[in-house]
Design a protein around this ligand. Structure first.
Ligand code: 5GP
Length: 118
């Protein structure tokens, strides 16, 4: 799938629509999900134009990949869920019901989470 630069997260990255920023690094941005499914529900995205995790894993540089995962860790630390536990989810493609075609990782926690796959 080609990258669509009009997707909502591309607009957030360009500052065209607002977000509640949680963390930012050289290659990544983390912000609160607009429709949180848990007390902590943060989305971490790369600043680069990647459609999904599958695309990111193939095309991102080692520097971008390291930066991304360090940002995920920072989000968990800042949210205070590193000790209690948290879940990361990334949806790729139709069967996973990916809604926004810009790679994002959901960081969820802040309470005991139920089984989410049905
Ligand atoms: P997906 O189903 O693609 O894995 O998840 C997309 C996520 O993006 C959903 O959890 C949804 O609530 C969130 N989302 C959609 N539009 C916006 C928006 O404009 N701002 C923010 N912060 N989150 C959004």
């Amino acid at each position: 799938m080609a990258y669509d630069s009009n997707n909502i997260f591309a607009k957030i990255l360009r500052g065209e629509i607002p977000c509640k920023k949680v963390a930012e690094s050289a290659h990544s941005l983390a912000f609160e999900d607009i429709d949180p499914k848990a007390p902590v529900h943060v989305l971490v995205i790369p600043k680069g134009a990647y459609v999904s995790q599958h695309d990111f894993a193939e095309h991102a540089s080692a520097e971008e990949i390291q930066d991304f995962w360090r940002c995920v860790r920072q989000v968990a630390e800042q949210a205070g869920v590193a000790e209690s536990g948290y879940r990361t989810i990334s949806n790729h493609g139709a069967d996973a019901l990916q809604e926004v075609p810009h790679y994002h990782l959901h960081v969820l926690g802040g309470r005991p989470l139920k089984v989410m796959i049905r």
